[in-house]
Design a protein around this ligand. Structure first.
Ligand SMILES: [Cu+2]
Length: 147
């Protein structure tokens, strides 16, 4: 009948579908490790643009170094901003988990701080920058392993 494929072609199609799904899953997992790198362009007009980058594999119960790049609305690296991080859990109340990020010498617009995920689970990393009357924020959701 017209429109029906011979059965022998179904297997390669299934294989291609499985491969596609695997590639998509790998992409999602990889993007979790690469969080924050593409968020700067989503900032509202006039706001500072922030891009968060973890500097280590994210885990609970150990000091985690974070980096954030702060840019002006025009995209220029911004020095002299007051920058801090807040780690929160979307699914429960947690004690305030806030730390400052300090400028990295020789890297204009780059700030680093160190924080601690105090349990495993779903966390939000939020970085806030203020400079004069301008401010900006970036957030990332991550799943934190305890192992
Ligand atoms: Cu919690």
């Amino acid at each position: 009948m017209a429109g029906l494929e011979p059965s022998r072609s179904a297997l390669p199609k299934l294989g291609a579908l499985v491969l596609l799904v695997l590639v998509l899953i790998a992409g999602v997992l990889f993007s979790r490790q690469m969080i924050g790198t593409q968020r700067a362009s989503q900032a509202p007009a006039g706001a500072l643009r922030l891009a968060i980058a973890p500097l280590a594999e994210l885990k609970a119960f150990k000091p985690m170094p974070f980096e954030v790049t702060v840019r002006t609305p025009d995209g220029l690296p911004l020095e002299g901003a007051a920058v801090r991080f807040d780690l929160t859990m979307p699914d429960m109340e947690m004690p305030l988990n806030r730390f400052d990020a300090l400028p990295v010498p020789g890297q204009p617009g780059v700030y680093r701080g160190e924080g601690n995920f105090t349990m495993g689970g779903r966390w939000q990393i939020e970085a806030t920058a203020k400079h004069g009357d301008r401010s900006g924020v970036a957030t990332e959701l991550v799943e934190i392993s305890t192992r």
